[in-house]
Ligand binder design. Structure first.
Ligand SMILES: NC(=O)c1ccc[n+]([C@@H]2O[C@H](COP(=O)([O-])OP(=O)(O)OC[C@H]3O[C@@H](n4cnc5c(N)ncnc54)[C@H](O)[C@@H]3O)[C@@H](O)[C@H]2O)c1
Length: 357
């Protein structure tokens, strides 16, 4: 069955997205709205006027609540009011470098914020499926040359990675202590790679850093050119989350476990290869290597093994590395030249669902 047919399931469903004002959450909210879902979002206000949430005018399509998930009562009130059937939990302090500067805030949001969300879910009868977003960084990094599997050891030596590993344990506890017994709530954690796509302006992320440099006619400065990461277009993991959400809703017990949604092996590239591909798609630009001797630790290699999602969910990455970079760069170029961000994002979602390259 085609992807668009599988996702018609979402038409008319009540779906809550935490982190809707962020990069991934704004694309997910747009996709769900396009599928005809009734979407509510819970997050802090978007950080910048140029963020995808603002320029694609997501706020006009969904019911957004400005709410800090560290506030348990406020979070509970919204979930009790909206009565979602499906919850996608993406709200997080999502940056590794910032987590070194703000470890407490990172743990408060990623850990206790997740507890607050799960508590709120537990107190309503409406929820059937929880898709709980952690990270490829939740695994204990052994600098292996092969991909981490869902049953590999959790870990994380920086505060962000540790908070995501800890958030995994929180979900397991809620699933085994409360959700399984209901037989009604399916809950799965999802671990994706490093995503790229339109409207991400986060600081200290390599892809937006590249775009900022190119747009200002400056060289792209790389501090860690040889680090290898699993790069993928933002629509890739989101398609996995959406497929899994449907499965969880239909058979909560069968799908309640952890899932990796990374790129194929060819998407596992160095930071320098990514920057070179961005320059190729942009049509101009240069690179300067600027090692930072006192930079906080960053892992050298990180891959995901996604055999489980391929085999059982029949999920596949659709856009290879070059296509993912091209689609992401096209978004920035087109919107810079005056195209409507919302229309362009919608078109890319349609292209993705239609299997277009
Ligand atoms: N971007 C990536 O490459 C990547 C890779 C792996 C996992 N992830 C995970 O995916 C999710 C989304 O990432 P993103 O790239 O869209 O991040 P982002 O920083 O763009 O968005 C984060 C979202 O969380 C919200 N948020 C942060 N603190 C909050 C709080 N205290 N209360 C309520 N909302 C809060 C923000 O308002 C925003 O909506 C995160 O859980 C992140 O850890 C991202």
């Amino acid at each position: 069955m085609n992807l668009d047919k599988k996702l018609t399931f979402y038409k008319g469903r009540r779906v809550l997205v935490t982190g809707d004002t962020g990069f991934k959450g704004s694309w997910l909210s747009l996709w769900l709205a396009e599928l005809g879902a009734e979407v509510a979002g819970v997050a802090l206000p978007p950080e910048r006027s140029e963020d995808h949430y603002n320029v694609a005018e997501i706020g006009a399509m969904i019911q957004h609540y400005d709410q800090d998930i560290r506030d348990a009562e406020g979070t509970e009130r919204i979930i009790a009011e909206f009565q979602p059937e499906i919850v996608f939990h993406l709200a997080a302090q999502a940056l590794v470098r910032l987590s070194y500067r703000q470890p407490r805030e990172t743990f408060e949001t990623n850990l206790m914020g997740s507890v607050n969300l799960l508590e709120a879910v537990r107190k309503v009868d409406s929820v059937r499926a929880v898709i709980y977003v952690t990270s490829d960084k939740c695994y204990r990094n052994k600098e292996w040359e092969w991909g981490y599997r869902e049953n590999d050891e959790l870990g994380g030596r920086d505060p962000y990675s540790a908070s995501k590993a800890a958030a995994e344990l929180v979900l397991t506890a809620y699933r085994e202590s409360f959700f399984r017994a209901t037989g009604r709530i399916g809950a799965a954690s999802v671990r994706a790679g490093n995503v790229i796509g339109g409207g991400d302006w986060s600081l200290d992320r390599i892809f937006p850093d590249c775009i900022r440099s190119l747009a200002n006619g400056k060289p792209i400065r790389l501090r860690n050119p040889r680090a290898v990461r699993p790069w993928q277009h933002v629509l890739e993991p989101l398609s996995g989350y959406l497929l899994l959400g449907r499965r969880l809703f239909e058979e909560p017990q069968r799908w309640s476990e952890a899932w990796n949604f990374g790129p194929s092996n060819e998407g596992q590239r160095t930071v320098e290869e990514l920057a070179r591909e961005v320059i190729r798609s942009w049509g101009a630009g240069s690179i300067e290597i600027e090692p930072e001797p006192n930079a906080p630790h960053e892992e050298k290699r990180l891959f995901l093994n996604c055999d489980k999602a391929w085999g059982r969910l029949e999920w596949r990455p659709r856009w290879d590395f070059a296509t993912a970079v091209r689609k992401a760069v096209e978004w920035y170029r087109a919107t810079r030249e005056g195209e409507s961000a919302g229309e362009f994002s919608r078109r890319q979602i349609q292209q993705y669902m239609g299997g277009e390259k």
